[in-house]
Write a protein that binds this ligand. Sequence first.
Ligand SMILES: CC(C)(COP(=O)(O)OP(=O)(O)OC[C@H]1O[C@@H](n2cnc3c(N)ncnc32)[C@H](O)[C@@H]1OP(=O)(O)O)[C@@H](O)C(=O)NCCC(=O)NCCS
Length: 294
Amino acid sequence: MMSAMDISELEISVKASLSSPELADAGVLVAEANWNQTADDWKVFVERGRVYAAHAPDGRIVATTATLPYGDRFAWISMVLVASAWRRRGLATRLMRRATDDLAAARLVPVLDATPDGHAIYRNLGYQDCWGFYRLKRQQPRGTAMPASASITVGSIRPADWAAVCEFDAAAFGADRRGVLSGLRGRLPEAELIAQSEGRIVGFSLGRNGRIASHIGPLVAESDSVACAILSHALEATDGPVFIDLADAKSAVRLFLEERGFAGVRPFTRMIHGSSKRFDDPARTFAVIGPEFG
Ligand SMILES: CC(C)(COP(=O)(O)OP(=O)(O)OC[C@H]1O[C@@H](n2cnc3c(N)ncnc32)[C@H](O)[C@@H]1OP(=O)(O)O)[C@@H](O)C(=O)NCCC(=O)NCCS
């Protein structure tokens, strides 16, 4: 009976926090889509952005969408998840329209990273294709060594490096996102790396633990060789399955990763509402944090 219900009757709430049962519902949606997010990821949206939740008549969360502002120019939309029993009735479209309108009212340009499933929905709502990246996965560790470069040193990010790392990131990403970056600290310490050349920062990476794999990203670097030097260090130190969401334009780095056991999982398309003009720097953007964070 419930599955025949008109979705316009479902209550949509904006969550200031997520209770344990609500986090469990959100976790079910993540698992059903075979996504990687943990409770720590949901916490970022609740604390720094917004989580929209659609509730079935019994109160259970059956669909979500989240937004996350980055500075005063743009904001992310993500976590567009609908329980399979509630799909193809306009629920994702309804949540997306609400999130897009709320961001427009706040004068923020909505940006998102679409899976193939979500792409048509977003296009119908006025989102335009901008650039692409590919999720790559390594199932098990495999030969990661690469010849050391005399001019690039890679090491763990120290507290004294943090301000420079955040500034380097902001110049490449197009907004200061140190709040979100700070939240990644400690989640995958082996990926918290800085590359320097002649005393100057030339790249960095961070990462996080996940439900099904460790996820390395962002990876911001001045060149392919810096990116590969950072990855080499991170991969050597990281056990088990690893995801990297690598920009399609970085074909030399993709080859480097494929030689080290990575294979493509799925494509993503970065889309911007009403525009195709990107905010970030294509040269330095190697891997995103993930589609949910940009
Ligand atoms: C992608 C996803 C969010 C879509 O959710 P949804 O609620 O089914 O989306 P909608 O109902 O708004 O739209 C889906 C399709 O149903 C169609 N539809 C909407 N209302 C309908 C109705 N009453 N009857 C029949 N079809 C309908 C839409 O036109 C759309 O068709 P299209 O794919 O050909 O464009 C959902 O499949 C999902 O959670 N997938 C896994 C996670 C994922 O990939 N999320 C997207 C991240 S970018």
